[in-house]
Write a protein that binds this ligand. Structure first.
Ligand SMILES: Cc1cc2nc3c(=O)[nH]c(=O)nc-3n(C[C@H](O)[C@H](O)[C@H](O)COP(=O)(O)OP(=O)(O)OC[C@H]3O[C@@H](n4cnc5c(N)ncnc54)[C@H](O)[C@@H]3O)c2cc1C
Ligand SMILES: C[S@@+](CC[C@H](N)C(=O)[O-])C[C@H]1O[C@@H](n2cnc3c(N)ncnc32)[C@H](O)[C@@H]1O
Length: 669
């Protein structure tokens, strides 16, 4: 049954003065009037002893907050981190059920000019109110993940994705800012379930601070492994609580394990050290975006491709469109599509030479009410608008006869130009004309043998970004990939088509003219990996372009040129992102699931430590690549996933083997 994505309602607030909001239905304040920063510094910063802890250099530090509210705690923590640390990274995670509108944040922050730069950086990436995880890069040294939804559900998703390694918490939470409204007015923020999750996510030494000294909060923390002390409260408040997690590791692991569904096929055996030098095979869009993301995080990258330079296989397309098809229903696939697109809309603009032109997706009349639902759900005109034919025509610059969805941040992108930009970092070394023929596991990493030469490359970890050729290695030949041939056609603009200002999409697309030439297509040849140009495909592309432009005379002289490439699709149309399982051992371990999908099997997935896949983008490379790269990076860093567990598991390579086991494809020997 399809379930609509839960809506995230903006907070209903009134104002106590020019800069102080008040939450109307809870009848509570976000911070003490006129003393927001002083309160935040006293309760949360000093309550967690951050000045002392930040007085020595740290590579990273993670704070989790319950209740993002105005973002004041975040801005203060980020500014103090930047002052205290020269290079390390602060990861701030905050859960929020009713976010404030960007304009309201701006109004609150205006009272604190010392936070103006960070406030502007936050507002520039503040996401639309869509349920789920939003990984935001505030700057090089400050990353913020906003979890929009109820605290219990979001922390539970955080905890489930916090477990790719058996018996270990993958990421370290150093400090908790417990900042719901008062427990008497906002009990669900302080419920036993939420406190249990906080404990389950904590490791020895994690601290917590909160403005309240309520008995149930104190007892709840104590009962969940924290040693709690009282301290004088801020302003007129008598007491507040400080706590440190002292629960034994066994206790924490036991508690973590208790919460997990039966078969932990997505759990990896403990890995050795975090890799430093990573080899990426394939310098298409996936490889280049991954290399860029890793270089920004301090990894050294060797990027290896068989071709003469980046973007020469599917990524060599003369024009690709950043856009996606969205649904108002929630499923791992729909939620990934939406979040990947939102992430991509933040990722690309600083890398592009020009502003985004926007994408107009024409709607059949029967899809209008669904589209309206979707637009209401996203509720952010800078991402998605429903336009009537008149407004659509004004946007497009040509006559549009039907309603359309408008994606203002969608655009046509030359992937090859983009890739050149992505590879500018000195931390990335490119090896071209270098086909990898073999991958061999070594005691401390991997050796990559290059065909037709004695040359080898050694690395701590390898990421395979080989698109439609990702099955070529012994370790990955079982992957269920489908090639889909596609042909793009180019033709000269005419006086009408020149006016087109947006990318126009039906089943196929046409781009605005660049150097008097439009690109349009693409055809869709399932199970076809041939690269031969087909006249029939050009005809079909031309017919659609004429229809989209409502101009039967368009390109009367036919096509100018054509380009052919092969997409790499998966059976569930989701990309493949994560560690490569050890195929035969994986089957042996999980074979018992054929009789009972839910049978408890608390065993780590047998894998090939240090070998990862990032491929299977189908027709949505531009939209998928940035979030897939962030996910892979989090796995290499042993850090927090930018994805909730539901989506993270849906992308793992091992899912196909599990599916085949539960469908009875591997009978008992
Ligand atoms: C006609 C067409 C139109 C498209 N339109 C769009 C669009 O509008 N919007 C959109 O978002 N997406 C579009 N796509 C999809 C998009 O192009 C792909 O999803 C994306 O480019 C895939 O990137 P990739 O890096 O995974 O694969 P590829 O670009 O195929 O790169 C794989 C790389 O791996 C290298 N390689 C493979 N094996 C080895 C080896 N053994 N050693 C060294 N190197 C190796 C190859 O040389 C290649 O460079 C389109 C695709 C096609 C074909
Ligand atoms: C005191 S305010 C937080 C103030 C904030 N830390 C700041 O710096 O402005 C409490 C926040 O908790 C949020 N909240 C309340 N109940 C929640 C729940 N069950 N799940 C997630 N957030 C919740 C409220 O919407 C509100 O923004």
């Amino acid at each position: 049954m399809s379930v609509k994505r839960p809506t995230i309602k903006p907070a209903e607030i009134s104002w106590l003065d020019q800069h102080t909001p008040y939450h109307s239905s809870t009848e509570d304040i976000y911070f003490a009037t006129g003393q927001g920063l002083a309160e935040s510094r006293y309760v949360f910063v000093e309550g967690n002893k951050l000045p002392e802890r930040w007085s020595k250099p740290l590579a990273e530090f993670t704070i989790v907050e319950t209740g993002f509210g105005t973002g004041l705690n975040f801005l203060l923590a980020a500014s103090l981190w930047e002052k205290a640390q020269d290079t390390g990274r602060l990861h701030y995670i905050s859960v929020e059920k009713e976010p404030l509108q960007g304009a309201d944040l701006q109004r609150v922050h205006a009272a604190f000019p010392e936070l103006a730069r960070l406030s502007a950086q936050l507002l520039a990436v503040y996401p639309p109110f869509v349920a789920g995880f939003h990984a935001l890069r505030i700057n090089q040294r400050v990353h913020l993940t906003l979890l929009f939804g109820d605290a219990e559900e979001m922390l539970s998703k955080l905890r489930h994705s916090d477990r790719p390694v058996l018996g270990q918490s993958i990421h370290r939470i150093d400090a908790w800012f417990l900042d719901g409204f008062a427990p008497s007015k906002n009990p669900d923020m302080w419920s036993p379930a939420v406190l249990r999750l906080i404990s389950g996510l904590s490791q020895k030494g994690a601290t917590a601070a909160t403005f309240t000294a309520a008995g149930n909060v104190r007892r709840g923390l104590q009962g969940n492994g924290f040693t709690v002390s009282k301290r004088a409260g801020f302003g007129s408040k008598r007491d507040m609580l400080q706590a440190i997690y002292t629960g034994s590791t066994e206790h924490a692991v036991y508690r973590r394990n208790q919460h997990f569904p039966a078969a932990g096929w997505y759990v990896q055996a403990a890995e050795t050290e975090r890799p430093r030098h990573v080899a990426i095979v394939g310098a298409g869009l996936a490889g280049c975006v991954t290399a860029y993301t890793l270089a920004q995080l301090g990894f050294t990258v060797s990027l290896i491709d068989a071709g003469p330079g980046p973007a020469n296989a599917a990524s060599g397309t003369p024009a690709a469109v950043l856009y996606t098809r969205l649904s108002q229903y929630s499923s791992p696939q729909n939620d990934f599509n939406l979040h990947a697109y939102l992430y991509a809309c933040r990722f690309y603009p600083p890398l592009l030479d020009s502003a985004t032109c926007g994408v107009l997706q024409l709607l059949p009349s029967e899809r209008k009410s669904d589209a309206q639902d979707l637009v209401n759900q996203i509720g952010a005109a800078q991402y998605l608008q429903l336009l009537d034919p008149q407004s659509a025509s004004a946007r497009a610059g040509i006559n549009i006869a039907q309603a359309a969805l408008f994606f203002p941040l969608g655009t046509a992108i030359s992937i090859s130009r983009l890739c050149v930009k992505l590879l500018e970092s000195p931390a990335i070394q490119g090896f071209f004309h270098s086909p990898v023929s073999d991958l061999q596991q070594r005691y401390n990493g991997w050796q990559l043998d290059l065909a037709d030469s004695d040359k080898r490359i050694e690395a701590d970890a390898v990421i395979l970004c080989c698109g439609a050729q990702s099955q070529q290695f012994l370790q990955t030949e079982w992957l269920p990939l489908t090639p889909i041939r596609g042909q793009l056609t180019a033709a000269s603009a005419n006086s009408t088509s020149k006016k087109l200002r947006v990318v126009l999409c039906g089943d196929r697309f046409i781009t605005p003219a660049e150097s008097d030439t439009h690109q349009f297509g693409a055809s869709y040849g399932l199970h076809d990996a041939s690269l031969q140009m087909l006249e029939g495909d050009n005809k079909a592309n031309l017919a659609t372009a004429r229809q989209l432009l409502q101009d039967p005379g368009f390109a009367a002289n036919g096509a100018q040129s054509a380009w052919v490439g092969v997409r790499c699709a998966t059976p569930d149309y989701l990309p493949i992102v994560g560690p490569v399982p050890h195929y035969s051992d994986f089957i042996e371990t999980y074979r018992p699931l054929q009789h009972d999908k839910k049978r408890p099997l608390e065993q780590a997935a047998p894998g090939l430590p240090g070998l990862y896949l990032n491929c299977g983008y189908g027709s949505r490379g531009l939209s998928f690549a940035p979030l897939c790269a962030a996910e892979i990076a989090s796995q290499l860093q042993r850090g927090l996933s930018p994805l909730p567990s539901t989506i993270r598991h849906a992308l793992l390579p091992g899912r196909f083997i599990i599916r085949n086991i539960t469908r009875g494809h591997f009978a008992d020997p």
